[in-house]
Design a protein around this ligand. Structure first.
Ligand SMILES: NC(=O)c1ccc[n+]([C@@H]2O[C@H](COP(=O)([O-])OP(=O)(O)OC[C@H]3O[C@@H](n4cnc5c(N)ncnc54)[C@H](OP(=O)(O)O)[C@@H]3O)[C@@H](O)[C@H]2O)c1
Length: 139
């Protein structure tokens, strides 16, 4: 049987939460649970030279949001950078492009829910609350 295409993932933020998310995405057990390979393609940070709690593959780390936005191999973006802006703007631009997004950012969702919902390609149920986290988009 042919190998399934990897799920392309982008990450906004590699801090306390983001480095743990990245570690999980890089673990084989996560792909096994998903039933499909996972490729962490880009991870956005402010400071490229800051120490990280996770070793990312070469070329993944970036400080340029358009590297994430313009990567057509990214199916879903996990936003764990926090703060109202630029996070809300980034989420709106990703949803407008049709990229699925998941966010832990309660501030951005609570203050910008209408703009996120109104993004041209956002699914009709945007945003949705799931458990203790908040996810936005077609996941
Ligand atoms: N910490 C918790 O216990 C917890 C619990 C539940 C939910 N959350 C939510 O999870 C999210 C992340 O929290 P955290 O504690 O992981 O935050 P954090 O440790 O401060 O990490 C934030 C990350 O985002 C990057 N970042 C921030 N602003 C940026 C910008 N303008 N451009 C590019 N990169 C930027 C930072 O880059 P640098 O590393 O280069 O500075 C860092 O990697 C927040 O929405 C928070 O509310 C956190």
């Amino acid at each position: 049987m042919a190998e399934k295409r990897p799920l392309g993932v982008g990450l906004l933020g590699v801090g306390l939460i983001g480095s743990r998310v990245a570690s999980l995405l890089l673990e084989q057990a996560t792909a096994d649970a998903l039933g499909r390979p996972i490729e962490l393609r880009k991870a956005l940070v402010r400071r490229l030279d800051a120490p990280r709690d996770v070793a990312l593959p070469e070329g993944v780390l970036t400080s340029d949001f358009t590297d994430v936005l313009d990567d057509d191999g990214i199916d879903v973006v996990v936003e764990v950078m926090g703060g109202e802006q630029p996070a809300a703007d980034y989420l709106t631009r990703l949803l407008s492009k049709g990229t699925s997004v998941v966010t832990a950012n309660k501030e951005a969702v609570s203050k910008h829910g209408p703009a996120l919902r109104a993004a041209p390609k956002a699914p009709p149920n945007t945003p949705t609350c799931r458990g203790v986290g908040i996810s936005v988009g077609r996941v």
